[in-house]
Design a protein around this ligand. Structure first.
Ligand code: FES
Length: 160
């Protein structure tokens, strides 16, 4: 069964007809040609498909597109060229193969905004330092190459 939906992606309105089984990730990649969000596990476990929904990071592979009719999404494509967080990723060599990087960057943008706003996390109550805060907030994004140390450095620079 098909449904007509509207998605606002990186400030642009898109009207499309999708099969009701289509995920937001597939709508972005296959229907709109917005390919920064990657398909890794397709099961909500790797974070490669991370996008921002109302400034909150979400796994777009788990989101039925029909349930997000009218949603405003931000992807790595729309962050700006380059976003300060992207600059820090480049400066600190925070990637290797690069497949997970758009999802990492999107998560990092949200983490930086949360940390700058003083938004507490689960580990804040336990007295975690900034390094621990960043690791906790970035824990939904897997990097198979293991660039975690440099990712944390890049996010730290973007926060401070
Ligand atoms: Fe969505 Fe892995 S592809 S979490």
């Amino acid at each position: 069964m098909d449904a007509d939906i509207t998605l606002f992606v990186d400030g642009t309105e898109h009207r499309l007809t999708v099969d009701t089984r289509t995920t937001v990730l597939d709508a972005l990649r296959e229907r709109l040609g917005i390919t920064s969000a990657k398909k890794g596990c397709d099961h909500g476990q790797c974070g490669a498909c991370t996008v921002l929904l109302e400034d909150r990071r979400v796994n777009s592979c788990l989101m039925p597109a029909v349930a997000y009719d009218g949603a405003c999404l931000r992807t790595a494509d729309g962050l700006g060229e380059p976003h300060p967080v992207q600059r820090e990723f480049i400066r600190h060599d925070a990637f290797q193969c690069g497949y997970c990087t758009p999802g990492q960057v999107v998560s990092a943008v949200a983490a930086v905004e949360e940390l700058k706003a003083g938004e507490p996390s689960a580990v804040t109550a336990e007295g975690a330092d900034l390094d621990g805060e960043i690791r906790e907030r970035m824990s939904g994004n897997i990097c198979r190459c293991g660039a975690y140390a440099n990712i944390v450095r890049a996010v730290t620079e973007a926060v401070t």
